[in-house]
Ligand binder design. Structure first.
Ligand SMILES: Cc1cc2nc3c(=O)[nH]c(=O)nc-3n(C[C@H](O)[C@H](O)[C@H](O)COP(=O)(O)OP(=O)(O)OC[C@H]3O[C@@H](n4cnc5c(N)ncnc54)[C@H](O)[C@@H]3O)c2cc1C
Length: 423
């Protein structure tokens, strides 16, 4: 077992940090204040090979699975909102890759990014006013009409919603069947009936565009049904015959993508920790340099340890995902849960050390504190991560130990546990 990053990974980490320091940070305050999309930074990231499909392909080549997490942490160290503006299209691409046919993947994934200097965006639209965690209750409908599907409904809190070139929309073809009656559809830019609703004004990650997406008699060709008609027919058939709709595959996919979200959160925690160390280095308390007082040392040690522990969870889950080691114990969800909680706790704790200045908009801690909260709220809330972990743990116990079967039976016996596990 070797915990060291190799030379290539270290070089890549340094390159991402340089980009975050020299390009992202100088633009962060403006886009945070204006709540504007940082197009110029996204373009520069593309120019430097840190955004787009080729960047994704090159990070995926790393046999240790660490490059994606390294990029996420370092870019978010610069500014979480801008980093999400750079990487947000990856959600739509992942949705297409997970459910599309090879032809659909080959055509639509590049459309989420654009090629060369051309920047295109993707959006992945699942959440609705009454259905986010409770994904089985989606109300957006997709009805077949000749060679087309007609989509109707409203999606909320969609990253790149309305400004994307490709919207991947999850809609229901048979509401009676819960997630078993749902499918994903690609809606191209300019499709009549697709429009942006309210743009959200947010507490944090303000450089990332979040908006409602309205689908009003939005007609798309049948070919835009991801996975194709036969696959959907099989899925509906399974659901109608009472089989569980959310397959182990879907759970496994979430386990693989969650460490990247954890790494993103840790970028903020690391930035806050580094800044506070530097700031306190110039301060003293009753004539004693702050970094030499035991009170401060105790807290800083805890912050450093928690960040490191969360990073190890992220690194392990990233390695497991890349090497096909099943995360049956919820290791991916653990990494996202821990990193989100540590980041919120660390920014708050560091603000306590710095005092009232940390509340001033001149102090970068104020922004990191605002940016941190989202990692307990999106991509599966902290509570949902805990539910996923506890259910996966129960199943794992059942398989490993005889006495575990009893624990698992209890955990799986409630009505709630029979429901599909939410995203
Ligand atoms: C900035 C931002 C960007 C986003 N980007 C996207 C995007 O690109 N695409 C997209 O589809 N969505 C996106 N979302 C939506 C986000 O993923 C959802 O808001 C999130 O999953 C929570 O779902 P919800 O809004 O239905 O909240 P609810 O599920 O209503 O949650 C409310 C509270 O109840 C808790 N809760 C819910 N169910 C349970 C349970 N069974 N047990 C215990 N506690 C529970 C939750 O943890 C939470 O604390 C984004 C959200 C934000 C804020």
């Amino acid at each position: 077992m070797n915990f060291e990053l190799n030379e290539e990974q270290l070089e890549f980490k340094a390159r991402c940090r340089k980009f975050a320091r020299e390009v992202i940070r100088p633009a962060a305050r403006k886009h945070d204040e204006e709540e504007s999309t940082p197009w110029e930074v996204v373009k520069e990231a593309r120019r430097q090979g840190l955004q787009g499909i080729e960047h994704l392909q090159s990070t995926a080549m790393d046999g240790d699975g660490q490059m994606g997490a390294i990029a996420a942490e370092e870019m978010h160290w610069g500014c979480a909102g801008i980093a999400l503006a750079i990487a947000g299209s990856g959600l739509a691409a992942a949705g297409i890759a997970a459910t599309g046919t090879p032809e659909q993947i080959g055509y639509w994934v590049p459309e989420c990014f654009g090629t060369g200097d051309e920047i295109k965006l993707g959006a992945y639209a699942v959440t609705e006013p009454q259905a986010g965690s409770d994904v089985k209750s989606l109300k957006t409908t997709a009805k077949r009409d000749g060679d087309e599907f007609v989509l109707n409904g409203t999606k909320v809190f969609i990253t790149n919603g309305g400004i994307a070139d490709v919207h991947v929309v999850v809609a229901t073809v048979d509401p009676e069947l819960g997630t078993g009656g749902q499918a994903s559809f690609v809606v191209g830019k300019g499709t009549p009936g697709l429009s942006q609703g309210k743009k959200e004004s947010k507490l944090g990650i303000r450089a990332s565009h979040t908006a409602e997406v309205v689908l009003d008699e939005c007609r798309i060709p049948v070919e835009n049904l991801l996975g194709g008609e036969e696959k959907l027919a099989r899925k509906l058939e399974r659901a109608r015959s009472g089989q569980r709709s959310r397959s182990a595959d879907a759970l496994a996919t979430f386990e693989i993508t969650r460490p990247i979200v954890g790494a993103s959160a840790l970028g903020i925690a690391q930035a806050a920790y580094e800044w506070t160390l530097e700031y306190l280095d110039g301060c003293s308390e009753a004539g004693v340099p702050m970094l030499k007082t035991q009170r401060i040392q105790q807290t800083l040690a805890d912050v450093a340890t928690e960040i490191e522990a969360a990073r190890l969870l992220v690194q392990r889950a990233s390695w497991m995902g890349r090497n096909g080691v099943p995360m049956t114990g919820g290791q991916g969800s653990m990494s996202k849960l821990k990193a989100g909680d540590v980041t919120m706790w660390a920014t708050t704790t560091l603000m306590d050390l710095v005092g009232p200045y940390a509340w001033d908009t001149d102090c970068p801690l104020e922004k990191w504190f605002r940016d941190a909260k989202i990692y307990q709220l999106f991509e599966g809330t902290a509570e949902i991560q805990r539910m996923v972990i506890s259910r996966m743990q129960a199943r794992e116990y059942a398989e490993r130990f005889e006495y575990g079967a009893e624990i698992a039976a209890k955990a799986m016996s409630t009505e709630a546990a029979k429901e599909p596990v939410p995203a």
